[in-house]
Design a protein around this ligand. Structure first.
Ligand SMILES: C[S@@+](CC[C@H](N)C(=O)[O-])C[C@H]1O[C@@H](n2cnc3c(N)ncnc32)[C@H](O)[C@@H]1O
Length: 221
């Protein structure tokens, strides 16, 4: 299977558009509510750090899902435009995140041209790790076109080491849904050197951190 192709992106969208959840949207919505009620001390600390970074900024969020991070970013940001390909998860986000400075809009992160505004900050979590490293520059080109010079970007993902790799670069996991359909998803765990080598030339002030998650923060040139 070609994990770097258009067909890969299509199956990733399909998987997150409901296959993963067996289209149990009530269950997914409840899981967002439960997770929110059980934030750990470490999660709260992370949220506070992110809120400081985005304070007063106009934030573009990619792959926002049901707005897990959106509502926290909105507490200090000037505004948040939360985007995702899945209308289903965006509907959950709209029902759970009621802050007046948040809008949820369907948009493919690789096709942000439809957004007719620019931002001074961006955020995405558990998204770019599902893309081949070879797609990172293309994603960033798409994102950075919507950001002003000096914009700050924070991205991250779970600290999860997927079991398999064809090339020793991209790692992946096979996931089977309840209807028996299988999805092979890229699931990379970037380290500081990888992030530096893939995007270091495109950005400045690159910082990297690893706790229960991996994090990178940078400024757009
Ligand atoms: C693992 S979820 C992360 C959701 C959220 N950021 C969070 O941390 O809870 C990945 C999300 O990426 C979205 N997605 C997949 N492909 C996308 C694309 N090309 N553009 C924008 N969103 C995409 C999926 O619909 C899904 O909501």
């Amino acid at each position: 299977m070609d994990l770097k192709s258009h067909s890969y992106h299509k199956q990733m969208i399909e998987y997150y558009d409901g296959a993963k959840y067996s289209y149990d949207w009530d269950g997914v919505r409840q899981s967002y509510i439960d997770d929110e009620a059980n934030l750990s001390v470490e999660q709260r600390r992370t949220i506070e750090q992110i809120q400081r970074v985005f304070s007063g900024r106009k934030v573009l969020e990619l792959a926002a899902g049901g707005g897990r991070w959106t509502k926290h970013i909105a507490q200090t940001a000037k505004s948040v435009l939360a985007t995702d390909t899945s209308e289903q998860v965006l509907a959950i986000g709209r029902s759970l995140v009621k802050e007046a400075n948040v809008r949820f809009v369907q948009s493919d992160a690789f096709k942000l041209g439809q957004l007719d505004e620019r931002f001074d900050a961006a955020f995405h979590f558990n998204f770019i790790n599902h893309l081949s490293y070879s797609d990172w520059p293309r994603l960033m080109e798409s994102l950075h076109r919507k950001l002003i010079c000096g914009a700050v970007v924070v991205m991250g993902g779970q600290r999860y080491r997927a079991p398999e790799s064809d090339d020793g670069i991209d790692y992946y996991t096979d996931r089977e849904c309840s209807d028996g359909k299988r999805y092979r998803l890229i699931d990379n765990l970037p380290d500081e050197d990888q992030v530096e080598s893939v995007i270091g030339h495109l950005v400045e002030d690159l910082e990297f951190a690893m706790d229960n998650r991996w994090w990178a923060k940078y400024t757009v040139l």
